[in-house]
Design a protein around this ligand. Sequence first.
Ligand code: PGA
Length: 259
Amino acid sequence: MRLKLNGITIYITESYEEMSKKTASIVLAQVTIKPNSILGLATGGTPIGLYKEMVYGYKSNGVDFSQVKTFNLDEYFPIKKDNEQSYAYYMNEKLFNHINISSENIHIPNGENVNTKEECESYNEQIYSCGGIDLQVLGIGNNGHIGFNEPDVSFEARTHLVNLDQETIEANARFFESEEEVPRQAISMGIGNIMHSRKILLIASGKSKANIISKTLFGDISPNVPASILQLHNDVTVVLDQEAAEEILQREELQEYIR
Ligand code: PGA
């Protein structure tokens, strides 16, 4: 099902697999139309299927990533790049090792640089000097974070060092041996960077995201729900699976489309 509401296009798919395929078709079309696209990428559980489909697009359909540049949203701090829980490691494993992207075109905040101020400034500068992000992929946290922009965020912020919320630490503990091992800080693009992307692609899967998706798309625009600022962006596509769409499908605003 496809709905269009105030500049936001929403696709509701049957399953996680379909959500991943739909999202990949949008990303792969972007790369096909503009081979030197600047892609903003996300980590976490949600985009794993997307990356699998992108690898398939490269291996089976010859989609060419040789001119593509990427900027990841965030990285834990401090963390070594070879730590299996680092986002640098994740991206290599899930995507970069399997497509023909050049290593110099890959950008991820460096969680090893103790001079975080310098790291953040240089990340902003690199995004700027590439001409900005064409298509930014976003997951969403249960608390409405995008990147690691936690509730009470400043909507203007660029790349910065953030203290992770307890809820985020608990949600991400599933990837670590124990909760104590989850780094307490991260370097994250700010909402300012995200909102300057030309296109945004937000993906969510599963029941646990149903409430925050409803607040993001239909609630007040508030720093308490960082993703709600996306209502003010003029080119947002949201791809959901059935479970993540559960609450929005109940909303009055959508009934005329559903009937
Ligand atoms: P998830 O994380 O994809 O693992 O649910 C999303 C996020 O926290 O941004």
